[in-house]
Ligand binder design. Structure first.
Ligand code: FPP
Ligand code: MG
Length: 298
């Protein structure tokens, strides 16, 4: 039924009555539509559910359009990003258009759903700003990192699950916890993959996060376990364009200290909590979505 969501997004974009925007939209890689999947699995496929899923995916797409400008990312999901193809100005405006059309449509759902989703967009914008600000320094505070990824990524998944629970008249708190845990784990895994995957599989340059100044969970853990001399070296590489040997050094130190496993275990814990919550509610499909997230190859 994800195709109903695709059609709804196309319809919303079509209603803008703008050939340029319709053409740009076709250049946008769709991704996994994870948020829409959660919404449909929780709330079924009534018209307002499909609309809510479409709105959330439009907001998510808008946030990634802006994010790729902010991160100077020229690929997204193995394809050229909109900023790479048409420049930053077009990418930002396409983001604004998708985002505002999504908000316009949100008014037609329900005040409670509108509140949950719009609050998440505030959080996600605050989170992205935090990400940018944290990248200017060498952040070693795990709590600050966790708060930032909650806001930047988990808030919209939490809201997707919460909005769906409201539409389906289900227990909002349990589903929001599920969405939040999944979102935090998702971003942790995204941050791990930036280190473990080669750039071709990743669809973007590997170790890009650290070059961009982002000290994600693996870097925070690595720093804690390095000796003073090595800590100095790691710090000196922060925000630098890394040479092959510097990349290798970081990767070998991560391996030596079991950093990837340690970070992955943290994500896994959150996913397991989400799974047991859903198992208790008999939501097998939602448990499976969570399971699939941690069953990837590292
Ligand atoms: C990806 O992070 C970024 C996000 C999930 C959130 C981005 C949010 C904004 C730009 C706020 C603006 C919001 C709207 C609605 C226009 P990442 O760079 O760590 O992940 P990546 O590897 O997918 O790039
Ligand atoms: Mg990014």
């Amino acid at each position: 039924m994800l195709s109903a969501v695709e059609r709804k997004i196309e319809q919303f974009v079509g209603e803008l009555n703008d050939k340029e925007v319709s053409a740009l939209y076709t250049k946008l890689p769709h991704g996994k539509r994870l948020r829409a999947k959660l919404i449909l699995k929780i709330a079924g496929t009534s018209l307002s559910v499909v609309k809510t899923a479409a709105i959330v995916e439009m907001i998510h797409a808008a946030s990634l359009l802006h994010d790729d400008v902010i991160d100077d990312a020229y690929t997204r999901r193995n394809k050229p990003s909109i900023n790479a193809l048409f420049g930053n100005k077009t990418a930002i405006m396409l983001g604004d258009i998708l985002y505002s059309k999504g908000f316009l449509e949100l008014n037609n759902i329900s005040p409670q759903v509108a509140k949950i989703v719009s609050n998440a967009v505030v959080q996600l914008s605050l989170g992205e700003l935090k990400d940018v600000s944290l990248s200017k320094a060498f952040n070693l505070d795990k709590e600050i990192y966790l708060e930032m990824i909650y806001q930047k990524t988990a808030s919209l998944m939490e809201a997707a699950a919460g909005a769906a629970a409201v539409l389906a008249d289900k227990d909002k708190v349990a589903y929001m916890t599920y969405g939040r845990n999944l979102g935090i784990a998702f971003q942790m895994i995204d941050d791990i993959l930036d280190i473990t995957m080669d750039s071709e599989t990743l669809g973007k340059p590997a170790l890009h996060d650290f070059e961009e100044g982002k000290t994600t969970l693996p870097y925070i853990y690595l720093y804690e376990l390095l000796d003073a001399q090595e800590q100095k070296i790691l710090k000196s590489l922060h925000t630098k364009k890394l040479s092959k040997s510097e990349e290798e050094w970081i990767k070998s130190k991560m391996q030596e200290h079991g950093i990837i496993q340690k970070s992955y275990a943290e994500a896994k814990l959150l996913v397991e909590e989400a799974i047991s919550l859903m198992n208790a509610l008999g939501e097998d499909a939602l448990s499976s979505i969570a399971m699939a997230m941690i069953e990837r190859d590292f």
